[in-house]
Design a protein around this ligand. Structure first.
Ligand code: OFO
Length: 165
């Protein structure tokens, strides 16, 4: 039986994850619009993974017999800056999500909620990967600068990303 505070915090995190999906889907739409199909593919898959992050918490709440409550999803931005700025935004967003996961871990710890503490470890590891991925692409974009050929090569590389639930 989960503590009410924990249930509320996990329900909020479901919303954060769906917002992440929406944010990346909006970035995918932007990349489609400017003809960078590889970047669009990367963002689409990112969005699908975020939906999975949300559903994993949804399932955990269900398994614990806790009340699941869905909130409205905030509208994501639809206007974006340069490609580098977009990935700076991705990194910033992932750092924010990491801080939310850390808050959940702290709450589970303070409530001595061992099952939730264990459940959250997957997210702790996942956030290391999420920040790493955003950082890697950002570093490449910094190296690429104004080189269009290199940008198209990166676009091609990002088109190879596949969805692996
Ligand atoms: Fe991007 O890791 Fe979930 O939100």
């Amino acid at each position: 039986m989960l503590n009410e505070k924990m249930i509320e915090a996990l329900n909020n995190q479901v919303n954060e994850e769906f917002y992440s999906a929406y944010l990346y889907l909006s970035m995918a739409a932007h990349f489609e619009n400017i003809g960078l199909k590889g970047f669009a593919n990367w963002m689409r898959i990112q969005a699908m993974e975020e939906k999975d992050h949300a559903m994993k918490i949804f399932d955990y709440l269900a398994r614990q017999g806790a009340k699941i409550k869905l909130f409205g999803i905030k509208e994501p931005p639809s206007e974006f800056g340069s490609i580098k700025e977009i990935f700076e935004e991705v990194l910033k967003h992932e750092q924010y999500i990491t801080s939310k996961i850390n808050e959940l871990v702290d709450l589970a710890e303070s409530l001595k909620d061992r099952p939730t503490f264990n459940f959250l470890q997957w997210y702790v590891d996942e956030q290391v990967e999420e920040e790493e991925n955003a950082n890697d692409i950002l570093s490449q974009l910094k190296l690429i600068g104004d080189n269009k050929n290199a940008l198209f090569m990166l676009d091609k590389e990002l088109s190879q990303r596949t969805y692996a639930p």
